[in-house]
Design a protein around this ligand. Structure first.
Ligand SMILES: N[C@@H](Cc1c[nH]c[nH+]1)C(=O)O
Length: 372
């Protein structure tokens, strides 16, 4: 039997690690007073494709329902949670979730996320809380070597808004910028006539690295209150993370990879393999579809990346109890003697390896335990 392209079965370390990681996530968010939320796996496509959410149907798993409406498998938690919360009376600010998202990309179709969303909080509270939760969670997992990258939607968008680009052109520039194809960025923008903006945006493709980049652009944009405010915001976040002992990098040329972001954006990268283990940002405008903008910030961890990166859980003692079918009850009782061991009760021999093997031998009505 075959699976559709992109679907896969999972066993072993990757799966066991993921379960353990979910447990750590639950305990971290419980201790920070997050409220759990779960949304259905099946939703209307429009929830994600409307002009506020901005996703495209192309990569979603979708079909028509009997009324001809497009339904999709949850392609994004953040939008689904916003929809759900807009129907709720709850005044809670901090929400946490865990489960699959479905998008067709190079990694397949299903990925596993655990995330947080923080709404209705003042100032930079949402950014701090998101980032601090990430730091705490990764520390609890024993992930030590990673960098947090800070970016901001309003740098690239401010430059772009001064140009009259149609949708198609704007998305080409965005893509070229995302791929850091500096020459292409310059070419596309200078075609519109503004060579000065073309040079400024192309330069942004190199504006990444350590936090010294912030100091450089603080000077460069000293006369531009909007960009200066962005730099100062990123500086505050960077300083707070560094105070917690965190390695911070910045990418001022970063473009939003999800259409709903409008503010600070952050990502976590594992030092070992450069894999992105979390990603998030501010998205106040997504809530405008429910009447009025609202402070909203969050991030989601890639549980598959984390599961692959963690070492296998510490080995537990493995015990095998061999018995005949009638001895199963006696074997069950024997478990109490090994409260922390992994115990396999078998009625047949096996090639699996154990630290200890016992045989239950019938002696009248009783069973005796013999070491093998
Ligand atoms: N939903 C985003 C992560 C996120 C959570 N909150 C804000 N952003 C993602 O899938 O990458």
């Amino acid at each position: 039997m075959f699976l559709p392209a992109g679907s896969r079965d999972l066993t072993g370390k990757q799966l066991t690690n993921r379960v353990a990681i979910y447990e750590t996530f639950q305990s971290v968010v419980n201790l920070r007073n997050y409220q759990a939320i779960e949304t259905p796996v099946i939703e209307y496509g429009n929830t994600f494709t409307n002009s506020y959410a901005g996703m495209t149907l192309k990569k979603m798993l979708k079909w028509f329902d009997e009324e001809g409406e497009i339904e999709v498998l949850r392609p994004d938690w953040t939008i689904a949670v916003a929809r759900a919360l807009s129907n709720q009376q709850s005044k809670r600010q901090k929400w946490a979730y865990a489960g699959s998202v479905f998008r067709k990309d190079h990694n397949g179709v299903e990925s596993h996320q655990a995330g947080i969303e923080i709404i209705r909080t003042p100032g930079l509270y949402g950014e701090y809380e998101s980032l601090f939760t990430a730091v705490r969670f990764l520390r609890e997992l024993g992930v030590e070597s990673y960098s947090i990258e800070l970016g901001h939607t309003e740098i690239f968008e401010t430059f772009i808004s001064t140009l009259e680009l149609n949708e198609e052109k704007a998305s080409q520039v965005r893509q070229a910028m995302h791929d850091k194809r500096k020459d292409e960025v310059y070419r596309l923008i200078s075609e519109t006539g503004s060579e000065q903006t073309a040079a400024a945006v192309a330069d942004l493709a190199d504006a990444f690295g350590g936090t010294a980049v912030l100091a450089k652009y603080e000077q460069e944009w000293a006369e531009n209150p909007k960009l200066l405010a962005v730099i100062q915001e990123l500086q505050q976040l960077a300083v707070s993370l560094e105070e917690l002992g965190q390695d911070v990098i910045v990418d001022l040329g970063r473009v939003k990879q999800l259409p709903y972001y409008n503010g600070a954006m952050f990502r976590g990268f594992l030092a070992a393999n450069g894999a992105e283990c979390f990603s998030g940002g501010r998205y106040d405008e997504l809530y405008e579809q429910f009447g009025g903008s609202m402070s909203a910030v969050g991030l989601a961890f890639d549980m598959d990346v984390l599961a692959a990166a963690l070492p296998a859980a510490a080995k537990q003692e493995r015990v095998c109890i061999l018995t005949d079918a009638k001895g199963l009850i006696a074997a069950e009782k024997l478990r109490d003697k090994f409260p922390h061991a992994v115990i396999d009760v078998r009625t047949d021999e096996t090639a699996e390896t154990y630290d200890q093997v016992f045989q239950l031998v019938r002696n009248g009505e009783e069973y005796e335990v013999k070491a093998k």
